[in-house]
Design a protein around this ligand. Structure first.
Ligand SMILES: NC(=O)c1ccc[n+]([C@@H]2O[C@H](COP(=O)([O-])OP(=O)(O)OC[C@H]3O[C@@H](n4cnc5c(N)ncnc54)[C@H](O)[C@@H]3O)[C@@H](O)[C@H]2O)c1
Length: 346
């Protein structure tokens, strides 16, 4: 099943429940170069010809400008020019870095994505945001540029460890919280262990999430309004991810609970909704607390891209399935973090 979406910055072809080999139809006689990480290349060695593959070490700590320079050096050694096609095969770290490199190398290469984690399939590969971290600041350097195609091959999920499934479900739960109570309820009906054996169930969740993200990005590709809603759980989450070195989805999980606590104060969100969000996170084996220093988290928040003076755009819930954007004073955020930490008994 495939469709095209025409974003202001470019058209993307989405291929769902397809096999990796569908990349052939996009090559169009162009020389193809692959970017992947050492875990994915180790699991699927037959997919990557040695003479046209750039392999980077796996992990968030490598999503840096240093790694970008290494990739560019390798592309130069391989004589890659603007007629080539770069295909990223991997999780969100790889799609984020590949999209960024493809946007700046020689002022732009053609590129496409084959996401291989649940997280990259439901979120990271969609929407055209590509970039790298800078010190403690997540995705501080980047561009918005759409890939030519995204191929969703569910067979990659067969090798995904349980922890990476949990990690990805944090983003699926996010869409339920901000847009879609039915999705939220539907997620509650299933268990993490089901998806390994039922890839068509996983694919239907992926399609649902991709639809929500595409709808949002179509309305606001440059993130001037509605797209900000996708940051639910991410503002505190990104700070925790950097400070506590948590996997992205784990940090977003705790970030969503903090955002619910803030919502209780700002929009009058019912504590019952916070309770349901907490229950679904536990259901998907996601963390709901972590040890952190409030002032360390605040320091990162104060360097956030969304800061204006003493305030920060923050995504809250009005109710389950309805997110909204508020401009919050840092003092309120600090107070909620202190209370949250106290209640977690850390
Ligand atoms: N651009 C966006 O809009 C956006 C949105 C959400 C998240 N992100 C970014 O995505 C990243 C997180 O994505 P992620 O969790 O996919 O990270 P990741 O790329 O680090 O993948 C997680 C782990 O799974 C391994 N892996 C990948 N595919 C596998 C497979 N099929 N089988 C077994 N192991 C596999 C990787 O080697 C890695 O160790 C973060 O950097 C986050 O900032 C970006």
């Amino acid at each position: 099943m495939f469709y095209n979406v025409d974003f202001p910055s470019g058209s993307v072809t989405y291929l769902f429940e397809e096999v990796f080999q569908s990349i052939e139809r996009f090559k169009k006689e162009r020389r193809t170069v692959y970017l992947t990480d050492d875990v994915v290349s180790g699991l699927y060695p037959d997919l990557f010809p040695a003479e046209s593959t750039v392999i980077v070490p796996s992990g968030e700590q490598h999503k840096t400008m240093v790694q970008v320079e290494r990739i560019i050096t390798r592309l130069q050694q391989l004589n890659v020019d603007r007629s080539c096609l770069l295909i990223a095969v991997g999780g969100g770290v790889i799609t984020d870095m590949a999209g960024f490199v493809a946007s700046i190398y020689m002022r732009g290469l053609h590129f496409g994505f084959v996401p291989t984690t649940f997280l990259a399939m439901v979120d990271a590969s969609i929407g055209g945001k590509n970039g790298v971290n800078f010190g403690l600041f997540k995705n501080m350097i980047g561009v918005i540029r759409q890939p030519e195609f995204i191929i969703f091959d569910p067979l990659f999920l067969k090798s995904l460890p349980q922890r990476e499934w949990s990690n990805g479900f944090a983003e699926a739960i996010k869409y339920g919280c901000i847009f879609d109570e039915t999705l939220f309820t539907n997620l509650f009906k299933h268990h993490l262990s089901e998806y390994h054996h039922n890839l068509s169930l996983a694919s239907s969740i992926i399609r649902n999430c991709v639809d929500w993200k595409n709808r949002t990005v179509l309305a606001d590709e440059q993130e001037r309004g509605m797209r900000k809603l996708l940051n639910f759980g991410h503002t505190a989450g990104h700070a925790l991810e950097s400070v506590c070195l948590l996997p992205h989805g784990f940090a977003v999980s705790i970030g969503m609970l903090i955002a619910c606590k803030i919502s209780e104060r700002v929009t009058g969100l019912s504590a019952h909704v916070t309770e349901r969000v907490q229950q679904i996170l536990v259901h998907y084996q996601l963390p709901i607390q972590n040890d952190f220093q409030v002032e360390e988290v605040m320091r990162v928040l104060m360097g956030d891209k969304k800061r204006t003076g003493n305030h920060l755009d923050f995504i809250v819930l009005e109710k389950l399935g309805k997110g909204s954007i508020v401009n919050l004073n840092f003092e309120l955020i600090r107070q909620v973090l202190i209370d949250f930490k106290d209640a977690s008994h850390y």
